[in-house]
Design a protein. Structure first.
Length: 141
């Protein structure tokens, strides 16, 4: 079986850290989205599949400098995704599935310049692992 699918997920993934100067950096991933190709093999009512494609994520990052200054930035990242899952036919148009996906965005420079540090651009990496479960209804015969 071959197919194409897309998804969009609201998230609230948060991360924080401190740089070598003691400045506090916070990141909040607002959403992720993927567009993937899917290939699988059916065994009676069970479909086992793998998938891969492009991933997108929206980050909102902020810094609190030890001097008291703050700055924030928002950006949309582009990366890759790969995953695998099982889908089971419950009835003619109903299926249930469980899936594992890995989304990789690598490291990106954040533009968090402030008046105190006009060239403050720390790097931040983002990798997401997720498990999804769902019930699907398929329109048509």
């Amino acid at each position: 079986m071959l197919g194409v699918e897309g998804d969009f997920d609201w998230t609230s993934l948060k991360g924080s850290g401190t740089d070598s100067l003691g400045n506090s950096i916070n990141t909040n991933t607002q959403w992720t989205s993927t567009v993937t190709g899917r290939i699988g093999a059916a065994f009676d009512r069970l479909l086992a599949y793998g998938k891969g494609g492009v991933a997108f994520a929206n980050d909102e990052s902020s810094v609190n400098l030890i001097s008291g200054a703050t700055a924030s930035a928002s950006n949309t990242r582009t990366g890759w995704t790969a995953g695998a899952g099982l889908e089971y036919a419950l009835a003619q148009n109903w299926t249930a599935r469980i899936e594992y996906d890995c989304l990789g965005f690598g490291s990106e420079t954040l533009n968090l310049a402030t008046t105190a540090f006009p060239t403050y651009n720390p790097g931040a990496s983002l990798n997401v692992q997720e498990v999804k479960a769902g019930i699907n209804f398929k329109f048509g015969p």
